[in-house]
Design a protein around this ligand. Sequence first.
Ligand SMILES: NC(=O)C1=CN([C@@H]2O[C@H](COP(=O)(O)OP(=O)(O)OC[C@H]3O[C@@H](n4cnc5c(N)ncnc54)[C@H](O)[C@@H]3O)[C@@H](O)[C@H]2O)[C@@H](O)CC1
Ligand SMILES: Nc1ncnc2c1ncn2[C@@H]1O[C@H](COP(=O)(O)OP(=O)(O)O)[C@@H](O)[C@H]1O
Ligand SMILES: [K+]
Length: 507
Amino acid sequence: MKYLLSTEQMRELDRRTIKECNLSSRILMETAGKGCADLLVREFPAQMENGILILCGNGNNGGDGAVLARWLHHYGYVVTLVNIQLGNLSSETKTNFAICQSLGIKVHKVKSEKHLGWLKEMVSMHSMVVDAIFGIGFKGELEPWLKELFFYISAFAEFKVALDIPSGLNADTGNTEMAIWVDATLCIANLKLGHIIGLGREICGKLYIVDIGIPALFYEDDDNYVRLFTEKDFFPPIRISTYHKNDYGKVYIFGGISGYTGASIMAARAALRAGCGYAFVLYRKRLMSIYSVKLTEALNQPIPENPEDNLPDERALQDILSNATAVLIGPGLGKDEFARKLLEITIKFVDLPLVIDADGLNLLAENPDLYPYLAKPNVLITPHWGEFIRLAKIEKSDLQADCLRELKAFVDKYQAQVLLKSHFSIFCNREEIWVNISGNDGLATGGSGDVLSGIITSFLAQGLSISEAAINASYLLGATAEKLAKKRATASILPSDIIDNLFIKDL
Ligand SMILES: NC(=O)C1=CN([C@@H]2O[C@H](COP(=O)(O)OP(=O)(O)OC[C@H]3O[C@@H](n4cnc5c(N)ncnc54)[C@H](O)[C@@H]3O)[C@@H](O)[C@H]2O)[C@@H](O)CC1
Ligand SMILES: Nc1ncnc2c1ncn2[C@@H]1O[C@H](COP(=O)(O)OP(=O)(O)O)[C@@H](O)[C@H]1O
Ligand SMILES: [K+]
């Protein structure tokens, strides 16, 4: 597990280190800049052969850049140091520019678009460009000439490295209007949220951490950190050699409407591959022939109907569900009155772990009277961004601007437990927040979400908690897609390939 810090949390750790350890801001900057220099020499010596252009802002990020310039110069590299004069010059940064000058490293000062041509020329003349323009202090808008510079560097620089975080990228949200897209980012002290969520991972390139000596115990004092799920955290349900199939739980999944039956069938197969003892699909009577032909290991039975209105029979359905260990509703469910009634009965009366996905969420969005049931501790919802936007009644731009803020607001308002899915997925309830980044675009195929919801429900049936099931399953889905990508192009990965290769040891 790794922490993903907000800028405020990072600044607080800096403040504490300065105050409680008597390590001055200057010392931290020195450690950061020297750490970056050593890392570059270790990892990218070839990329530095034809000179390093270091672009520094006026804040402390620029100060890191000045320290880096001094050390690379000391190690014998050719360095061009530029100060882009924006905002107030921090005192440590000023001192470090002065030290550079005293060592014969010229500090080129630029501040407006009249220097744009010269800057572009410099970018083309060096084999590495280091971006130390803005760090976590970046906010607001960029002046147009800076946008043009950032675009030019992103498109034309041979090799680009960002100190702490690429300039223009918001360190709290991973959102940007224009940032410098780099090959590698040297994160000072710790990952920030913006390195991972939003567009962060795409913009930052390969991530490296540069340790500046913030004491580990400071991190333990805060339960509010967002956590990044890593391979070390993966903890699927345990297997016990003497267990009977009943001990591994019974997953009940509602079947779909005509044309969408595959969704629940994939969820059932995924649930079985994820280890549950039984999977049952409850289907609409007239689709019996499809389910009985398509399902092999999974069992199936019709949804009891009320003869008067042909809607689900509440009492009989509750009886059936009383045999379940965990329930999934949504994949291919449809949005007609029959489906709405199923959702209503399930969300109101099921107290077992319950996963609501896909059409279950679309129905929920249209029936606000059901929102209060999201506060039940057994309920997990697993929306992708489109479904979440409909549920939360927000715009896509709100989610793009700050997905974590929107997610937390929803969770607080409805006391819900949510797995918000995209190329990164966030589990959030009122106690914990986890981010998963396993996976690839091979999962961007209709049906991947059905597979995921089957795995989650299976993990719940085997005794994992809601948060454990959601984040472990999300990780497993992505890790399986990554394994498959070693053997075949991501374009050709199908949800059924994921099912067949879940938990595969070696491909
Ligand atoms: N003790 C510390 O504070 C440490 C800070 N460190 C470095 O310091 C950075 C944070 O430093 P700062 O807080 O000084 O912030 P930054 O250096 O990230 O940026 C702040 C500067 O950029 C200007 N600015 C912000 N947004 C702008 C915009 N849209 N257009 C034009 N100018 C803009 C501000 O006016 C200010 O001058 C970190 O990212 C890290 O690189 C590290 O050296 C480690 C220790
Ligand atoms: N580009 C991607 N990178 C990583 N994971 C992805 C990507 N695209 C989709 N996924 C994952 O695949 C799953 C897709 O779920 P969803 O959008 O509900 O699919 P569907 O509705 O088609 O079944 C989610 O777990 C999501 O996080
Ligand atoms: K930077």
